[in-house]
Design a protein around this ligand. Structure first.
Ligand SMILES: C[S@@+](CC[C@H](N)C(=O)[O-])C[C@H]1O[C@@H](n2cnc3c(N)ncnc32)[C@H](O)[C@@H]1O
Length: 276
């Protein structure tokens, strides 16, 4: 592995050890990790991201070998395991892995989370029917390689469900108009890739204000180009917050409006590993 990637991995392992969602937990009055507190966290999490329920077909994953990458507080992991998926979790940081294994054990659910990076993980090729990666692959430092790694792990016909940050959201246009338009012009000229720098503080920050070590933003067409060897590509934007130009509306009102679909923050997509 090249040194630059190793240093991003090290920084990620340390940054995300403060489990993603800690600030939200605090705001929701959740101060410990008892199962009752985690149940309340999950309730709040799925209420805050209501579209997640439709983006993952939980029922269809019953009995399927499912890998979740990027575990955070483990709400999705818990729901996957409870839905009957044969669950494996992967996260670069130790604490999300501990959190998920603790959840599984305490709930009497099968499955296991392991620590490692998707960019260098030794899980066997073609060993999963589905991979779920919500808000993770754009933090690895190499989104393109992360998608290629997911492809390797999927069996032919297996499905990838992901969420990454959308390059043309209202937030990007509001905070970074020049970069966003520059990216659009480059894309018009054939560029396919991500935007790596600029205003990322509005996305992920630790409680002491540190920024996530790596964040990439991507358009739908560049994401499609990253999904080589994967078919049935389907993407849609979701999510908005009451902020900047949208500060006059509540988040509930925004989520029920066309805003998330027109210029939402996050790009959800699914695709399948082509049958060989
Ligand atoms: C923004 S959090 C999302 C967590 C969770 N999916 C959620 O929705 O709350 C990103 C997660 O990705 C993990 N992550 C970052 N880089 C990774 C890598 N290279 N391999 C595996 N996990 C990684 C982080 O440790 C963190 O738990």
């Amino acid at each position: 592995m090249i040194a630059a990637q190793q240093s991003i991995d090290d920084a990620n392992a340390s940054f995300w050890d403060e489990i993603c969602g800690s600030a939200a937990a605090q705001a929701w009055g959740i101060t410990d990790s008892s199962m009752e507190s985690l149940r309340r966290y999950d309730e709040n999490y799925f209420r805050y991201y209501p579209y997640l329920e439709r983006r993952v077909n939980w029922k269809a994953l019953q009995g399927k070998r499912v890998l979740e990458i990027g575990l955070g507080y483990g709400s999705v992991s818990q729901k996957l395991a409870e839905s009957g998926a044969v669950f494996t979790g992967l996260d670069i940081a130790a604490n999300p892995v501990l959190m998920v294994n603790q959840r599984l054990r305490r709930s009497g659910l099968a499955g296991e989370a392991v620590q490692g990076s998707i960019l260098s993980c030794a899980l066997p090729a073609s060993s999963f029917d589905a991979i779920i990666a919500i808000g993770c692959l754009h933090h690895t430092g190499d989104l393109k390689a992360a998608i290629a790694a997911c492809r390797r792990l999927l069996r032919p016909g297996g499905q990838l469900v992901g969420m990454v940050y959308w390059s043309y959201s209202y937030r990007r246009l509001w905070l970074e108009p020049r970069r966003t338009i520059g990216y659009w012009l480059r894309e018009l000229n054939g560029y396919r890739g991500t935007l790596r720098d600029g205003e990322t503080a509005a996305y992920d920050r630790s409680r002491d204000g540190a920024l996530a070590p790596a964040t990439e933003f991507i358009s739908e067409r560049s994401l499609r180009s990253y999904c080589a060897g994967l078919s049935e590509f389907d993407a849609a934007t979701e999510n908005a917050a009451s902020e900047g130009p949208l500060r006059f509306w509540s988040r509930e009102r925004l989520l029920a409006s066309p805003v998330p679909r027109l210029c939402g923050l996050d790009l959800y997509w699914t695709c399948r590993k082509s049958l060989e």
